[in-house]
Design a protein around this ligand. Structure first.
Ligand code: PLP
Length: 282
């Protein structure tokens, strides 16, 4: 395993940053996760655009251009011989005296690593997953992909403790999104419903790509709030993310959705998205 740290490719076990790094001390940084299929990065332009936006929103200057970052990620994939899995990229405000305000002289820390993961024929993709609903206790700027993930850590653990694979976070009775995924329901009429983006959720790259793919195919998508009750009564439910692509949800809080199996709409959407993913890999 080879990782990247501030300009160097190094064995993962030797990859190190300072304990004064503001990412470590304050969660002061941003990150991206992109899928890798056949050794290619999926939807890289969307991920890099979001990285740039998140960095801008927290006044963090990226240490490399987006093109250079993609080149480095590709080099890392090649060095690791990664075929299927994901790349992880994180930028923090760097190491400095521990002071809340921005340091004047710190250089951003840039790290990257890759992980091998079965993306296409995973058991979860074929059989669907169980989810648990939990209160959304995150901060107000969920549109910024921020490395402070304690709320998500605690929420995912609640799900795992309940033998679920993901948690759906709920605010005022309405589902916001998954701990690390966007959430969709399919109504009895075959309409896809997902929360509008704004500040309450992350603008998921997979979500965005899938909505566009649906528009092109005249599959109706409504961006509006939906409640837990609506999700429980939905024909199908699914989540999307770079690390699971399109994944069926077959149980919510112990209640089966539909017949408790991954439905036809989700299977078709997963195929449509996989086709797009293979076509856009770089
Ligand atoms: N929502 C949250 C809170 C996430 O952390 C993620 C990904 O990690 C997503 C949605 C899905 O985004 P993407 O499709 O870009 O992976």
């Amino acid at each position: 395993q080879i990782a990247y740290v501030n300009g160097s490719f190094v064995p993962l076990a030797e990859a190190k940053i300072s304990i004064l790094d503001r990412g470590f001390l304050f969660g002061d940084g941003t990150y991206e996760v992109a899928a890798v299929l056949n050794g290619r990065i999926i939807d890289s332009s969307s991920h890099l655009a979001r990285l740039q936006r998140s960095a801008e929103k927290i006044s963090l200057a990226l240490p490399e251009t987006p093109d250079r970052l993609v080149a480095l990620l590709k080099e890392l994939i090649a060095l690791n011989g990664l075929e299927e899995g994901f790349v992880y990229l994180q930028v923090t405000r760097g190491a400095a005296e521990r002071d809340f305000a921005f340091p004047k002289d710190a250089r951003p820390t840039l790290v990257m690593f890759v992980r091998s993961k079965k993306m296409i024929d995973s058991r979860e993709a074929l059989e669907g997953i169980s989810v648990k609903t939990v209160p959304d206790i995150r901060w107000a700027r969920r549109d910024i992909k921020n490395i402070s993930l304690l709320a998500q850590v605690l929420s995912r653990q609640l799900a795992v403790d309940a033998d679920c694979q993901e948690a759906l976070m709920v605010e005022n009775g309405f589902v916001t999104e998954g701990v690390s995924s966007s959430a969709f329901i399919v109504t009895a009429d075959g309409v896809l419903v997902t929360r509008p983006r704004f500040n309450a959720i992350l603008d998921g790259c997979t979500r965005k790509a899938l909505i566009k793919l649906c528009e092109e195919r005249k599959i109706p998508v409504e961006e509006r709030l939906f409640s837990v009750a609506e999700a429980l009564a939905a024909k199908e439910v699914f989540i999307t993310s770079a690390s699971v692509l399109v994944q069926g949800v077959v149980v919510i809080d112990g209640h089966p959705i539909g017949d408790g199996k991954v439905g036809g709409v989700v299977r078709r959407l997963r195929e449509i998205h996989l086709e797009f993913a293979h076509a856009t890999g770089v």
